[in-house]
Design a protein around this ligand. Structure first.
Ligand SMILES: Cc1cc2nc3c(=O)[nH]c(=O)nc-3n(C[C@H](O)[C@H](O)[C@H](O)COP(=O)(O)OP(=O)(O)OC[C@H]3O[C@@H](n4cnc5c(N)ncnc54)[C@H](O)[C@@H]3O)c2cc1C
Length: 594
C-alpha cells in the first residue's frame, strides 16, 4: 500500500528516497519500484489531491492558482527590467507536482535544443535518445476520424509512444478559433506541419494534451505513474511531508565523496528522519531543489554562510544559471459565435457543462491546441539579420565584462540557434478565451488571446535559500516587441481579418515601440518553465550534476527534475520533466547491474 503514514516511515530505512512526488519524481519512483527487490520512499510536501475536479477537469485553467491546497504560490523578487514588477510563480504542491496544475499542453522540443545538452559536455543527452525515452512515457491515442476530417489533425505514429503510462490525446473539443488562427499563420508564410513530435516544431500545428480520452480527465504524474502502482508493497508515498534537508555522513568515502544517509522532514510541525540504504534523489523542482541542497550544506560558500549553514560541499553552481520562459498576450474580440472558454463566465452554462463532462461531452474537454513556432527569419525576414547582430554584440559585450565559467559557451550555442533560419524564436499560442486580464471581457462575447512567448532567453537568474531572481535581457525585449507587432498584424490577414471585430488589449493607445516595450514589461508573465538551477554541466563550468545526474562530490545523491536542464528549450517543459525521471531510473538500474 504506497500511501503510508508517518509512523510507517519515521526512523525506517529505504533503498531509495525520492524528495518530491512531482512530475520527474513520480516517474522515477514508479520505474524504480518495478524492481520488487528495491524499497522506494517518496516524500511529498503537498496533499494527495487525487480525484479532485479542480485538477482533473480540463478547460478551467488557473482555478488552482494561489490556493495553498494546490500551489506553492511563489513569486519572484522585483524585476528591474519589468518596471519592478514581481512575477507570480505558481508551482504544483500535490502528488504529481506541477503536472497537477499545468495547462495540459504536450510539447516536445526541437532536436537542436536537446543536442545542445550534449554539446555542452553531456554525452548521450541528444535528441535521438530523448525521443526514444519520451516515447516510453506516453500512450498517444489516435484521434477519431470526425476530428481529423474537420481539422488538420494528422500525426505520425513513429513520433508517438503507444504504450507508456501517460495518456496523450488531441482534445476532443477543438475550437473553430484554431482554424481561424492557423489559416492566418499559413497565409502569413508559416508552414503547417503535420506532427511536431519528431524534433522539428517550426511551423503551425495542433498540439496534443495530457488527457485520457476515455474520461477526458487530466492524465498526470500521480495518475499515470503513482496510482497504477498502488499495489506494489515496495513503493511508499508519504504526503504532507516537507523535506528540510538531506542527511550526510560526517566522514567522506574512500574517493573523497560525501554520502547521503537519509533525509530530515517535517510533518505537522514535528521533525522526523528516514534513512537511505542506497541513494537520495532530489526531485523538488527547479525552485525548491537548490534550497534543499543549500539547507543540507551543499552550495555556494557565500550563500551558505549568509544563512548560517555549515558548508559540507562548496558547489558554486547550486542555484545559478536559472532560465525561465516569459509571455504576454494580445486579445481580440471575435466576430461570429465561437465556442470559447469565455462561455464559462455564465454560471448556468458552466453548470450544464459540468453535467455534460460527466458523460464525456462538452466544452470542458477543451485544450490549448493551436501553436506556431516561428523562426525570426520567417516572422521578419528583413529585420532578422539586424537582430542577430544586436544579440551577438550584446553577447560580446557580456563576454568582455566577464561571465561565469561556461556561460559564454551556452550563449554561443544560443546565437547559433538564433542564426539558424530553421529554428524557432517566436512561440505563438492561441488561447481560446480572453486571457490578457487588462480590459474587462464583455458578457456574451467571444475572444481569442494570442500569447507571445520568449523561449531562448539570454538572461540568467539565481534561486537561493534567501532569494529568487530571474532577470531579463534588452535584446530579447526586442523579440517580444517584434512578437507584439507580428500578432497585431494578423488582423490584416485573412481569415483573421474577417473573423475579428477589434483588438482589445493592448488596444489603440499602444502604438510606438516604446509603448509596446512598456506594455510587455508591465504585463509579462512567467510561463512557469523554470530550469537550470542545478545544471548538468562539467563541474568547472558551474555544473552541479554529471551526465548521470549525480551531484559532483557525492557518491549517492542525484538531482532528478528540471533543475538539471543546462540550456533552455523551445518547448513547454512537462514532456522533458518526464524524460528526466525516466532517464534517472535507467541510470540507477544500469548502475545496479554493474
Ligand atoms: C501553472 C503551470 C502551467 C504549466 N503549463 C504547462 C503546460 O501546459 N505544458 C507543459 O509542458 N508544461 C507546463 N508547465 C510546466 C511543467 O508542468 C513543469 O515544468 C514540470 O511539471 C515540472 O516538473 P518537475 O518534476 O521539475 O517539478 P514539479 O512537478 O513541480 O515537482 C516538484 C515536487 O516536489 C515537491 N516538493 C517541493 N519541495 C519539497 C520539499 N521540501 N519536500 C517535499 N516535497 C517537495 C512539490 O510539491 C512537487 O510535487 C506548467 C507549469 C505550471 C506551474
Amino acid at each position: 500500500m504506497p500511501i503510508v503514514k508517518v509512523d510507517d516511515v519515521s526512523g525506517k530505512s529505504f533503498d531509495y528516497i525520492v524528495i518530491g512526488g512531482g512530475t520527474s519524481g513520480s516517474a522515477l519512483a514508479a520505474r524504480l519500484a518495478e524492481d520488487p527487490s528495491l524499497s522506494v520512499l517518496v516524500l511529498e510536501a503537498g496533499q494527495e489531491n487525487l480525484n479532485d475536479p479542480k485538477i482533473d477537469m480540463p478547460g478551467q485553467y488557473g482555478q488552482t492558482f494561489g490556493d495553498a491546497k494546490y500551489d506553492w504560490g511563489f513569486s519572484t523578487v522585483k524585476q528591474p527590467h519589468c518596471n519592478d514588477k514581481q512575477l507570480g510563480w505558481s508551482r504544483g504542491k500535490a502528488l504529481g507536482g506541477s503536472s497537477s496544475m499545468n495547462f495540459f499542453c504536450w510539447i516536445k522540443p526541437p532536436a537542436a535544443d536537446i543536442d545542445a545538452f550534449e554539446k555542452l559536455g553531456n554525452p548521450g543527452w541528444n535528441w535521438e535518445n530523448y525521443a526514444k525515452v519520451s516515447r516510453k512515457t506516453e500512450t498517444f491515442h489516435l484521434p477519431a476520424k470526425e476530428l481529423t476530417d474537420l481539422y488538420p489533425h494528422t500525426y505520425n505514429p513513429d513520433f508517438r509512444g503507444l504504450s507508456g503510462p501517460l495518456h496523450v490525446a488531441i482534445p476532443s473539443h477543438v475550437h473553430t478559433v484554431d482554424k481561424l488562427v492557423q489559416e492566418t499563420f499559413v497565409n502569413k508564410g508559416v508552414k503547417a506541419i503535420k506532427d511536431p513530435y519528431g524534433g522539428d516544431i517550426s511551423g503551425t500545428w495542433i498540439a496534443s494534451a495530457t488527457m485520457d480520452p476515455k474520461t477526458w480527465k487530466r492524465s498526470y504524474a500521480a495518475t499515470s505513474y503513482l496510482v497504477p502502482n498502488l499495489a506494489r508493497p515496495n513503493l511508499n508515498v508519504l504526503t504532507e511531508a516537507l523535506v528540510s534537508r538531506v542527511l550526510l555522513a560526517d566522514a567522506k568515502d574512500a574517493d573523497g565523496n560525501l554520502t547521503a544517509t537519509g533525509v530530515e522532514f517535517v510533518v505537522n510541525g514535528e521533525t522526523y528522519i528516514a534513512k537511505s540504504n542506497k541513494e537520495v534523489l532530489v526531485s523538488a523542482g527547479a525552485i525548491n531543489t537548490p534550497k534543499i541542497l543549500e539547507l543540507s550544506g551543499i552550495g555556494r560558500r557565500d550563500v551558505l554562510s549568509k544563512i548560517g549553514v555549515d558548508v559540507k560541499l562548496d558547489l558554486p553552481g547550486v542555484g545559478e544559471n536559472v532560465q525561465e520562459h516569459v509571455f504576454f498576450g494580445v486579445s481580440f474580440e471575435l466576430k461570429s459565435d465561437h465556442a470559447t472558454l469565455d462561455k464559462f463566465a455564465d454560471p448556468a452554462f458552466a453548470a450544464e457543462q459540468v453535467e455534460l463532462f460527466a458523460d464525456g461531452k462538452g466544452l470542458f474537454r477543451t485544450g490549448i491546441t493551436s501553436f506556431a513556432y516561428v523562426p525570426l527569419a520567417v516572422a521578419n525576414p528583413n529585420g532578422a539579420p539586424a537582430f542577430y547582430e544586436k544579440a551577438a554584440a550584446e553577447v560580446e559585450a557580456l563576454k568582455a565584462k566577464g561571465l561565469h565559467p561556461g556561460l559564454a559557451e551556452q550563449l554561443d550555442i544560443q546565437l547559433d540557434i538564433l542564426r539558424d533560419e530553421t529554428q524557432p524564436e517566436f512561440e505563438l499560442v492561441a488561447f481560446p478565451a480572453f486571457f490578457t486580464g487588462i480590459s474587462k471581457p464583455e458578457p456574451g462575447k467571444s475572444y481569442v488571446s494570442i500569447l507571445g512567448m520568449l523561449n531562448h532567453p539570454l538572461s540568467r537568474g539565481t534561486i537561493h535559500a534567501t532569494s529568487k531572481d530571474p532577470k531579463e535581457h534588452p535584446a530579447y525585449l526586442e523579440i517580444l516587441v517584434e512578437q507584439v507587432k507580428y500578432i497585431r498584424s494578423m488582423i490584416q490577414t485573412e481569415p483573421f481579418k474577417s473573423g475579428v471585430v477589434r483588438e482589445v488589449d493592448p488596444g489603440p493607445n499602444v502604438q510606438t515601440d516604446e509603448q509596446m516595450r512598456d506594455y510587455v514589461k508591465n504585463h509579462l508573465s512567467s510561463t512557469w518553465h523554470t530550469v537550470g538551477s542545478c545544471s548538468m554541466l562539467p563541474k568547472e563550468k558551474q555544473g552541479v550534476v554529471d551526465p548521470e545526474l549525480k551531484i559532483y562530490g557525492t557518491s549517492n545523491l542525484r538531482v532528478v527534475d528540471l533543475s538539471i536542464v543546462p540550456l533552455h528549450i523551445a518547448a513547454h517543459t512537462q514532456a522533458t520533466a518526464y524524460v528526466i525521471g525516466e532517464k534517472a531510473a535507467e541510470f540507477i538500474k544500469a548502475g545496479l547491474k554493474k
